[in-house]
Design a protein around this ligand. Structure first.
Ligand SMILES: Nc1ncnc2c1ncn2[C@@H]1O[C@H](COP(=O)(O)OP(=O)(O)OP(=O)(O)O)[C@@H](O)[C@H]1O
Ligand SMILES: [Mg+2]
Length: 299
């Protein structure tokens, strides 16, 4: 087990212990925890999300409860239509819950902000008339985070981190799909968000590039230790990228269970333990939903 995996296992164990410990106890015989578990950075409490069309209401997620801790690589895994993207949009502040609330650093999320940046699946997230460096620097300037020189310096720093220094002055149409995704990741990380939100960012890439991007994202995480909320419907990707994986049931999405995936990384791919975990998740994802699906509600 690597040091990082050991630390993650330790913090996951502490999270479980904290969750099961009696609350509000003041027992003088119990010494205070020298390193108490921090509060979750991102909390979803009873979050239901809906779409309203003129003739009906579609419930996308139903009462989601999730806690994401700083430096977690938290994966939302579930079948198509279970509300993963909608939940991500709600965390980003683009979709308000009809029930429950989302808190970031204790503050209720009421709209978008530079502390939450989304990287999408599509390659056309970058304005084509800006160079790579201009694309990465732009949000820093637009949000008034930095002046021109500082923005440029920070942009180049993160472009370097994603291995695109030689392309800093190229335009998006001169880049491959994978390179464009790297620019989108550099742009997101440059704003130093509290949470990086990724919605199937590698789904449109070929298998080899996808594997390489997963590797790079993990290497970047080792270096920067950002907090990641990552959506996928690929089981292997969930286990490789995540230290924690929330499994969603089909439409409307509910959290079916949470899985600790800290033991796995790209090196685990061929191992028996990894294949067994994939198989278990596969069975859980496709087993008959125990709860009745909430149908679309006529208005
Ligand atoms: N703009 C919309 N108007 C009405 N219903 C919508 C809208 N967007 C999504 N939905 C519905 O909400 C549900 C959740 O959609 P969402 O896109 O969040 O699923 P998802 O888990 O991200 O799926 P996928 O894996 O295919 O991306 C689906 O039933 C979908 O049909
Ligand atoms: Mg989606």
């Amino acid at each position: 087990m690597t040091l990082v995996a050991a630390r993650e296992a330790f913090s996951a164990d502490r999270a479980r212990a904290a969750a099961s410990a009696p609350r509000g106890r003041s027992d003088a015989a119990v010494p205070p925890d020298p390193d108490p578990l921090p509060a979750p950075l991102l909390q979803m409490q009873g979050v239901s999300l809906e779409y309203r069309t003129p003739d009906r209401v579609v419930r996308a997620t139903h009462r989601i409860d999730l806690d994401v801790y700083a430096a977690d690589r938290f994966v939302l895994l579930g079948p198509s239509g279970c509300g993963k993207s909608t939940l991500l949009k709600a965390v980003a502040g683009f979709h308000a819950p009809v029930e429950g609330e989302i808190r970031l650093d204790g503050e209720v999320v009421r709209g978008p902000g530079p502390d939450r940046i989304v990287v999408f699946q599509e390659f056309d997230q970058l304005p084509p008339w800006k160079t790579v460096a201009q694309n990465v620097a732009f949000p820093l300037r637009a949000a008034g985070l930095l002046g021109r020189r500082e923005a440029e310096a920070r942009a180049r720093h993160y472009i370097d981190k994603v291995g695109l220094t030689a392309f800093a002055d190229s335009y998006p149409h001169q880049l491959s799909g994978g390179m464009k995704q790297r620019v989108a990741i550099a742009r997101a990380l440059a704003t130093q968000p509290k949470v990086l939100l990724m919605d199937e960012p590698f789904a449109a890439l070929d298998a080899l590039t996808r594997r390489r991007m997963q590797e790079e994202l993990l290497a970047l995480w080792e270096e920067v230790r950002f907090t990641l909320l990552f959506v996928t419907h690929a089981i292997e990707e969930a286990l490789v990228i995540g230290n924690r994986v929330a499994l969603f049931s089909p439409h409307p999405g509910r959290v079916r269970s949470e899985v600790n995936a800290h033991a796995f990384n790209l090196a685990s791919l061929g191992s028996g333990a990894f294949q067994a975990a994939v198989q278990r998740l596969h069975e859980r994802l496709f087993e008959a939903a125990p709860e009745p699906a909430a149908p679309a509600v006529p208005r």
